[in-house]
Design a protein around this ligand. Structure first.
Ligand SMILES: NC(=O)c1ccc[n+]([C@@H]2O[C@H](COP(=O)([O-])OP(=O)(O)OC[C@H]3O[C@@H](n4cnc5c(N)ncnc54)[C@H](OP(=O)(O)O)[C@@H]3O)[C@@H](O)[C@H]2O)c1
Length: 277
């Protein structure tokens, strides 16, 4: 193991959004490697289900129910975790919500933008403010921020969501620089589509390849082990660079391609749901 790598066993890791999807899978995999996992989300029963699954096989986990879109609940949750576990080694900011709606259909929905920012960006910052001081004092720690490939490969209808994840990535890049030489690592994970409750309501995703949730959870394990600045598909880096160098071409290409493919897939979904009636 290199100096930069971290042994997972015995580390105390806070995973937000651990009641389902990527967060649940990450929590199970981290606990299986000996981490002590603090599970955060709103649904107590789901959190307890994950906690019990970990404990049933001899792992260590604790549930902390909180609505992270409410500042007071973030503070109370962080205080409770720190009172039970004064030394948090890793914070995984994974809880998130997505909104798929065109800007032109959102003129009376300013709250769409506020809601995604509140959870995807402000909650992550607020939790970082709670756990980072201890990490800095111990000169050891790690903040893992879950983002999306859509920041590099921006797609129509996700303006609110992509803006919130872009804010999180911007914050992460600056924080990473400030943490140089201080023993604290910062990782951004750029997920492509992952088959979870988040993507389930969008009919057309049935026809699009989606990453398996176990693999996605494995990326968080890899992040904690390797402490690398970014994990994501190489395609995102290439497209992100291309859209900086050739913004007009990439915007035109993506806009047209998504409108065309989106229409085709929606027509297919409509046909198939019509066939079932
Ligand atoms: N699935 C994808 O295609 C994809 C792609 C790129 C990035 N991501 C990112 O991956 C992360 C995990 O998403 P997922 O796909 O695993 O979706 P998911 O299964 O819907 O999980 C979302 C998690 O966030 C929690 N959560 C939602 N609102 C919350 C709130 N107000 N307070 C506390 N917890 C809250 C949910 O738990 P409760 O409902 O119990 O609160 C749940 O545990 C998100 O940040 C998402 O943006 C997903």
């Amino acid at each position: 193991m290199s100096n930069k790598q971290q042994n997972i066993a015995g580390r105390t890791i806070v995973v937000t959004g651990a009641s389902s999807g990527i967060g649940e899978s990450a929590a199970l995999q981290l606990a299986a490697r000996g981490a002590r996992v603090c599970l955060v989300a709103r649904r107590t029963e789901e959190l307890d289900r994950v906690r019990n699954a970990i404990r049933d096989v001899g792992g260590e986990a604790w549930s902390y129910a909180a609505d992270l879109s409410v500042d007071g609940e973030v503070d109370a949750c962080a205080a409770m975790i720190l009172s039970d576990h004064p030394e948090v080694d890793v914070l995984v900011n994974n809880a998130g919500r997505s909104i798929r709606r065109a800007v032109k259909d959102s003129f009376d929905r300013f709250h769409d933008y506020q809601r995604v920012m509140q959870l995807n960006y402000f909650a992550a910052i607020r939790l970082t403010q709670k756990f980072l001081p201890g990490m800095l004092a111990r000169r050891r720690g790690h903040i893992v921020n879950v983002s999306s490939l859509s920041v590099q490969f921006a797609t129509p209808r996700f303006a609110a969501y992509v803006a919130s994840k872009s804010a999180l990535e911007g914050f992460s890049r600056c924080l990473a620089m400030e943490m140089v030489g201080k023993g604290v690592a910062v990782t951004v994970i750029s997920y492509p589509l992952v088959k979870t409750a988040m993507t389930a309501p969008t009919e057309i995703y049935r026809y699009v390849p989606q990453m398996k949730v176990q693999q996605a959870g494995g990326w968080i394990v890899q992040a904690v082990e390797k402490r690398s600045p970014r994990i994501g598909p190489a395609f995102g880096d290439v497209w992100g660079a291309a859209s900086m160098v050739m913004p007009a071409t990439t915007t035109e290409l993506t806009g047209r391609a998504f409108n065309y493919i989106g229409r085709r897939l929606q027509a297919r979904a409509n046909r198939e749901s019509g066939d079932k009636d």
